[in-house]
Write a protein that binds this ligand. Structure first.
Ligand code: FE2
Ligand code: FE2
Length: 266
């Protein structure tokens, strides 16, 4: 984003945070496949795994560009990797109840995170302010391609959670874990970039910057984020009520990144 390092770096965090998270989704979902008793859901989960694997690769390709700009993200990505691989990784548990409990807990955390990836996907597809302010078109397309696929598959993680468990207490508990972790890691990443960007002097990131960018429309609005919380926690929640599949599919039909990804998948 020309002339807006805070927005730029807040969005840059996604390139570091999402790939680690998405690799972890794939790792967990491979373990849950044997528990699925519904053929259609199994197909959806397999499709989901393929999409998330592709997203993590695409974001990984941004890292060399950041290094060229003098921004080595390794200290931050090491923290993110620890979070997903160690804290949320497989634990040495005996086969049986404890192991299943931990698997279900993680399936529920993924459903909560996917509420936010769908939220962000829907946001970026509609964030016209990014175009108006001259955001880099290739990076914007990368985010919108990813966002469109997040909107497209937004129900899979929740349907899977409801299929294998569906406990409301677990949904509420894991929402709190996922939300706190996302906020913690995201703000930490934005601070890390602002502090280490060699082109900036004495820069910092604060919640106020985020709030202001949200009002301007270059980042999600704080009010929209707050309003999304009770929606997820409502017993009537289903991700199909959020975002527009038609809009997502229409974007994917024309996106250069989507066409490139399709070619690569072939
Ligand atoms: Fe994704
Ligand atoms: Fe996703």
């Amino acid at each position: 984003m020309p002339g807006d390092p805070f927005t730029t770096h807040t969005i840059n965090v996604l390139h570091l945070l999402l790939p680690a998270g998405e690799r972890w989704f794939v790792h967990v979902y491979k373990q849950v496949l044997p528990l699925i008793r519904d053929e259609r859901l199994r197909e959806d989960v397999i499709g989901f795994i393929g999409q998330e694997a592709m997203h993590s690769q695409a974001h990984d390709e941004v890292l060399p560009h950041l290094r060229e700009l003098g921004l080595d993200p390794t200290p931050y990505t090491a923290q993110v990797d620890w979070f997903f691989e160690k804290l949320l990784g497989d634990r040495t548990l005996p086969p049986g109840r404890a192991r299943k409990w931990w698997l279900l807990e993680r399936v529920a955390i993924i459903a909560a995170i996917e509420h936010y990836t769908a939220f962000l996907g829907n946001w970026v597809l509609n964030a016209e302010e990014l175009d108006r302010r001259g955001a880099d078109p290739t990076m914007l397309d990368l985010l919108r391609w990813h966002g469109a696929e997040e909107v497209e598959h937004r129900s899979v993680a929740f349907d899977l959670f409801m299929h294998v468990d569906g406990s409301y207490r677990r949904r509420a508990r894991t929402w709190a874990t996922a939300f706190a972790a996302l906020m913690f890691l995201w703000q930490r990443g934005a601070r890390f970039f602002m502090a280490n960007d060699p082109t900036l002097v004495d820069a910092h990131a604060s919640f106020k910057d985020f709030y202001v960018a949200g009002r301007r429309g270059t980042l999600p609005a704080t009010g929209d984020m707050l309003r999304s919380i009770p929606r997820y926690l409502s017993r009537a929640y289903h991700p199909s009520q959020e975002g527009s599949t038609e809009q997502a599919v229409a974007y994917l039909a024309s996106s250069p990144a989507a066409l490139a990804a399709e070619k690569r998948a072939e």
